[in-house]
Design a protein around this ligand. Structure first.
Ligand SMILES: Cc1ncc(COP(=O)(O)O)c(C=O)c1O
Length: 445
């Protein structure tokens, strides 16, 4: 358990004077291209609370974008990291290896969907994992085309920018982008033109048709998909659609890469979101929740695919750093010992009825969606036209911040409020956070 009192406590304006001071210092030192959604400067965090430099204690509905799934400074993570950091901090796995890296790969191979023989490789960030999954898929298939979806987010490096759909802020003026990336429509039930009931079938038909007429199945190495889209606005595809895509990939010798960087490691109520749809990808990318906040990412997949690249073709100086691996072992142990998939489902059961009650009062809440502790509301000007309402989204987000609740926005149109609490948050804080959200609607709208 964290020693931080699990109570919201707002003692200054948000951000307070000390945070404002640090923010001014930052402006003179940090690139303006790196921005912060809520510039309170954090000093301590744990359970469901972030404590800032002014002594404000805020409720955390963000987990540092789905990272501190086991909680911030979670005890098993801290213990393993402390031990490891005192033993050794780096040797480079490509020079002189160590057991922790192997143990994390074993855990990934065991926990990810698919009963087949697997291998894993470790990297530093989600984007780096995605880049490597694409490298591996191209090498293993001898093909080049990669298929990504509308509203997708896969990172900010050059190749992953090409895979990411949204221009502002991710791609604007950062081109040219990597080649041989093709985009197809996402099965987005709320915004499917002929209605959600036709989404699964029509989205699959459109996908298969574009693939055949514009790309060519035999040219395609892989289809990459987030089983529930993250930055795109927590888009949950309709049941059966992902399985259809997976079967289609299999019959065409195309690899399916599940990007579970945001959805993975218990976030959606299963260890991995693919499990809910009984889909087994060929490759899976992980990061974020894997190591309780330490930078670590992985690519896991079929042994024949993962072993295809020549020796030395994959790697990096820091990939699978021993301290990050120790943290991952502590985080994975916590997830199993505390049955965190179940906790994510409990959190969903606490959020959804409250959000439904709110939606029955405010027609601007057009859609409630997500799974486990990955829940969002999409805001529109009214339920009839479904016109995105980024203005209201931003105002409500700010009102939550002012009241001491950390919330995040998302979505291609900037009109989605998303909730990603750490799974270590208590029910009282969830209730209080949802009260704050309710007040924010009452006062803002
Ligand atoms: C689905 C998905 N893929 C890739 C990434 C990129 O991860 P990173 O920011 O660690 O590079 C993210 C980050 O938000 C993500 O949500």
């Amino acid at each position: 358990m964290t020693s931080i009192p699990q109570a919201r406590h707002v003692v200054t304006e948000i951000p307070g004077p000390r945070s404002l001071e640090l923010h001014a210092r930052r402006a003179a030192a940090v690139s303006a291209g790196v921005s912060s959604g809520l510039p309170i400067y954090v000093e301590r965090a744990g359970g469901g609370i972030l404590v800032d430099a002014d002594g404000n204690a805020l409720i955390d509905f963000g987990s540092g974008i789905a990272v501190t799934t086991v909680g911030n400074a979670a005890p098993r993570v801290v213990a393993r990291v402390q031990e490891q950091v005192a033993d050794f901090t780096h040797t480079c796995f490509m020079v002189t290896p160590y057991e922790e890296y192997v143990a994390v790969c074993e855990a990934l191979n065991e926990r990810t969907p698919g009963a087949y023989e697997k291998r894993s490789a470790l990297f530093n960030s989600g984007a780096e994992a995605v880049e490597n999954a694409i490298k591996i898929a191209r090498h293993a298939t001898g093909r080049q085309a990669i298929i990504a979806f509308d509203h997708a987010y896969h990172g900010r490096t050059n190749l992953t920018m090409a895979l990411t759909a949204k221009n502002m802020p991710y791609k604007h003026r950062f081109g040219p982008f990597a080649g041989e990336i093709y985009r197809v429509p996402m099965a987005y039930p709320y915004r499917w033109p002929t209605g959600p009931e036709h989404c699964a079938e029509e989205a699959f038909e459109t996908f298969a048709s574009i693939m055949h007429t514009q790309v060519g199945e035999e040219n395609t190495a892989a289809v990459i998909i987030e089983p529930i889209q993250g930055e795109g606005g927590f888009v949950v595809p309709p049941p059966g659609w992902l399985a259809n895509v997976a079967n289609w990939c299999q019959s065409n010798g195309i690899l399916l890469i599940a990007d579970e960087i945001q959805t993975g490691f218990c976030r959606t109520g299963d260890w991995f979101a693919c499990e809910h749809e009984h889909v087994v990808p060929d490759l899976i990318t992980t990061a974020k929740g894997i190591a309780g906040g330490m930078p670590l990412a992985g690519v896991t997949g079929r042994a024949d695919v993962m072993d295809a690249p020549h020796a030395g073709g994959l790697g990096g100086t820091y990939g699978g750093n021993p301290v990050a691996c120790a943290a991952a072992l502590g985080a994975i142990e916590t997830m199993a010992a505390e049955n965190l998939p179940q906790r994510a489902r409990d959190i969903e059961a606490r959020f959804v009825p409250r959000l439904q009650a709110l939606a029955s009062k405010y027609p601007e809440i057009g859609d409630i969606r997500g799974r486990g502790a990955m829940i969002a509301i999409e805001l529109v000007t009214d339920g009839g036209t479904k016109t995105p309402n980024p203005g209201l989204t931003s105002e409500i987000n700010k009102a939550c911040h002012q009241a001491g609740l950390v919330t995040l926005t998302a979505g291609t149109y900037g009109n989605v409020l998303r909730f990603l609490p750490p799974l270590s948050i208590g029910d009282d804080l969830i209730r209080e956070g949802l009260d704050i959200l309710e007040d924010a609607f009452a006062t803002t709208r």
